[in-house]
Design a protein around this ligand. Structure first.
Ligand code: MN
Length: 224
């Protein structure tokens, strides 16, 4: 008999290719990790230290239909490689980092770009631009994978909008994990969205989004 005064929230999980469920603890995201995307957003792509933001875990969705969110007229797609942390650790070196990875998946960092622009100008947090409901569509996790090269791309209604290579990441998977582990202690169940290549742009109701990265399980959903 528990002492919970309300029903505890459900465990959020992502399916694993080959079977099983990966329980999610926290979701971190890297900003501007591809030079051409940094440039298209008006920033200098110099190798400044990576910065991070987060989404609540119930932003994840595995649905084939994703509800267009409220409070925006400019919802953008960002295709990303997502690392799933299987073993925790703090202050990790890049050499120690990859050992912490359970596997990886394809995800989309949906962004209310209009709210983000307002937040940037006002020096306010990005939470409501990035961390809304169903803002993190994700595909199944492939165990044992953390690809550092290979095509990453996204199509809208069959037309290629984003096309890059994972080897274009300013900070590699190992370096991203290392940096983040110096800011927080990573724990099993953490997910890390590793940033997006150039070509981000708006999607609207009725659009079909298809994303892929390397040989990982692809993602496909329609905005409704
Ligand atoms: Mn992103």
């Amino acid at each position: 008999m528990s002492d919970f005064v309300i029903a505890p929230p459900p465990v959020v999980t992502v399916p694993v290719v080959g079977g099983g469920e990966f329980p999610v603890r926290r979701i971190y995201c890297v900003g501007r990790n591809y030079a051409d995307h940094a440039r298209e957003m008006g920033h200098n792509p110099d190798r400044e230290p990576p910065f991070f933001f987060s989404k609540p875990r119930d932003a994840l969705t595995l649905e084939r239909e994703v509800a267009y969110p409220p409070a925006t007229d400019d919802l953008h797609h960002e295709i990303e490689l997502v690392l799933a942390i299987g073993k925790g650790g703090a202050s990790l070196s890049p050499d120690e980092a990859l050992d912490r990875v359970y596997g990886s998946a394809v995800g989309v960092d949906l962004t209310r770009r209009d709210l983000q622009s307002v937040a940037k100008k006002a020096g306010r947090p990005w939470d409501m631009a990035k961390g809304f409901d169903a803002s993190a569509p994700i595909g199944p996790i492939t165990p044992g994978s953390a690809p550092d090269a290979g095509e990453i791309s996204l199509k809208v209604n069959g037309e290629t909008r984003q096309s890059g290579d994972l080897n274009q990441m300013i900070w590699s998977n190992a370096e991203v994990i290392s940096h983040l582990s110096h800011l927080v202690r990573l724990e099993p169940g953490d997910l890390i969205f590793t940033g997006t290549p150039a070509g981000v742009g708006p999607v609207t109701r009725g659009d079909k989004v298809d994303g892929s990265a390397f040989t990982l399980s692809a993602i496909s959903f329609t905005l409704i």
